[in-house]
Ligand binder design. Structure first.
Ligand code: HEM
Length: 491
């Protein structure tokens, strides 16, 4: 059967590229699904799906669908990593080395949880120092996630201390903030060879080309990649010393290094280890902090005070035993039902990675009754799945209660359509770390404070950048990219 969709999209890949350029890709694909149904052709060789059936076929464990070359723009230092591997085999080998370190039990009960609890304490201390109790939480929450992920990956020697005010570490955010980063992503996706050429010129050619670069140097993540490389070198040189400082848990870099040492000949090249760590660093910053920002912003809206109060009641019930120096501990936070509903609802409406996740299969397949040829690009997006009005009543409304007030059948249906962390073999490996960070921070903040939108930020929605798009709450008249002012008042 012919796959439904607009002719112009089927005719040329540049039609979708135009939406990418305008920053409207994800919303446009969502509109096409509303018009054409759960299967839409969005390019000569590209199909978008929007159903749980397709989700299982494409993204289910062992599906045989692989990440497309699109992901190669996330290679670091010229090396592939867990995120960018194409083949199931290469990916599985690398994942074997890492899976345990990211498991739920390691996260909840042990030194990693204690480390996160300490960072939450530092965040509350930072709030105490904010003038008039107003914090620009886009930045401060980035400091929070940055300090945690660097310590988790590299231990003390590579950890940042942005929350404590280290200026160089705070400045690592600068190349994320530049709005030109969207243009660079567009070039990297649609004209990869040309973009590589543009950015590798030197001397006079570089000077001539400079005004035409999609984004001036330093480009996105340059500073963070440099920090990651330095952290790798510091770690490597410390390994030759007798009394190298050890963390209370095995960091990711120690784990990869130990594997490397145990293989004869060596198992991983230096830059493979550095690339793997740098990739987790990049994956672990914006995702967690953007989600926390939207969570606090949504709870601070006047119409949502009731949700904030219910959360406060829940966290106030935590006993002294559940606290570590006044900070709720990871294990008790994981059991807070209302907080879980708030996080689910935040990730539904404001997923930090809402856009399509492209895959392809080396053999022909049938997806949601349609025959798809080998090598075709197929994809789905959290954005479209999370806005289906048949599954989520009044989908644009932020309503955590929807996760608690429904029948088991309805809840089951909602869970099938909720897809913030992806699924199957390529599901987010950082999910449990992210959950520990988000639950402890939210529980600690709402135990101590009442939050509201700062006067300068009333009627505005914060916006976050994901690839070439900005995402925000569509119900608000004004949008401010990369800022969010919140007032914290002690209860
Ligand atoms: C709220 C927080 C987070 C969300 C919503 C999230 C979401 C996702 C999603 C949707 C993917 C699949 C992307 C795709 O296939 O296009 C992914 C993959 C990944 N995430 Fe996360 N993530 C979060 C936090 C983290 C953290 C804290 C880390 C820390 C290391 C992390 C590390 C990774 C890695 C390494 C992958 C690639 C996994 C693989 O291919 O096997 N994420 N994440």
């Amino acid at each position: 059967d012919r796959i439904p969709g607009p002719r112009t999209f089927a005719f040329s890949r540049w039609r979708l590229a135009l939406e990418d350029w305008k920053g409207t890709r994800t919303r446009k694909i969502y509109q096409l699904h509303q018009k054409y149904g759960p299967v839409v052709r969005i390019g000569p060789n590209e199909v978008s799906f929007n159903s749980p059936l397709a989700l299982r076929t494409i993204y289910g464990a062992g599906s045989g669908f692989e990440r497309t070359p699109f992901y190669r723009m996330f290679d670091v230092y010229g090396q592939q990593n867990l995120f960018t591997f194409h083949s199931v085999k290469e990916h599985a080998e690398r994942k074997k080395l890492l899976a345990h370190a990211y498991s739920k039990s390691v996260m909840l009960n042990g030194p990693v949880a204690v480390m996160v609890e300490e960072k939450v304490k530092q965040y509350l201390d930072l709030l105490e120092r904010e003038p008039d109790g107003i914090s620009e939480i886009f930045s401060t929450l980035h400091y929070f996630s940055l300090d945690i992920i660097t310590e988790f990956l590299y231990g003390r020697s590579g950890a940042t201390s942005a929350m404590m005010g280290n200026k160089a570490h705070r400045a690592l955010l600068n190349d994320i903030l530049d709005p030109a980063r969207k243009r660079l992503s567009w070039f990297a996706v649609h004209l990869p060879m040309f973009t590589k050429w543009l950015y590798t010129r030197s001397g006079a050619v570089e000077i001539v080309l400079r005004p035409f670069l999609p984004m001036q140097k330093p480009t996105t993540y340059t500073g963070i990649r440099q920090h990651a490389l330095d952290a790798f070198h510091i770690f490597k040189s410390s390994q030759t010393k007798q009394n190298a400082e050890r963390s209370s848990y095995q960091t990711i870099i120690e784990r990869l290094w130990a594997h490397h040492q145990s293989q004869k000949p060596g198992g991983l090249k230096d830059m493979e280890i550095a690339s793997e760590c740098a990739d987790h660093l990049l994956a672990g910053i914006d995702t967690t902090s953007d989600t926390l920002m939207f969570l606090i912003w949504a709870l601070s809206l006047p119409q949502n005070v009731k949700f904030q109060e219910t959360l406060n009641e829940e966290v106030s019930c935590l006993t002294e035993l559940s606290l570590n120096s006044g900070i709720p501990n990871a294990d008790s936070c994981a059991k807070l039902r209302y907080l879980d509903a708030i996080i689910k609802e935040t990730l539904r409406l404001y997923a930090p990675l809402p856009a399509s996740e492209p895959r392809s299969s080396p053999i022909p397949s049938t997806i949601d009754t349609f025959e798809i040829p080998a090598g075709a690009c197929v994809s789905m997006s959290p954005y479209a799945l999370h806005r289906n009005p048949d599954v989520f009543n009044d989908p644009l409304a932020f309503n955590p209660d929807r996760w608690l007030e429904t029948s088991p059948e309805k809840l089951n249906e909602m869970k099938k359509w909720w897809w913030a962390f992806s699924s199957g073999g390529r599901m987010c490996i950082g999910i449990h770390l992210a959950m520990v960070e988000m639950t402890i921070l939210a529980a600690a903040v709402y135990k101590k404070y009442r939050t509201s939108i700062a006067p300068s930020f009333v009627n505005a929605t914060p916006g976050i950048t994901s690839r070439f798009e900005v995402f925000y709450d569509e119900m608000f008249p004004n949008m401010a990219e990369h800022v969010c002012y919140i007032e914290f008042r002690k209860r």
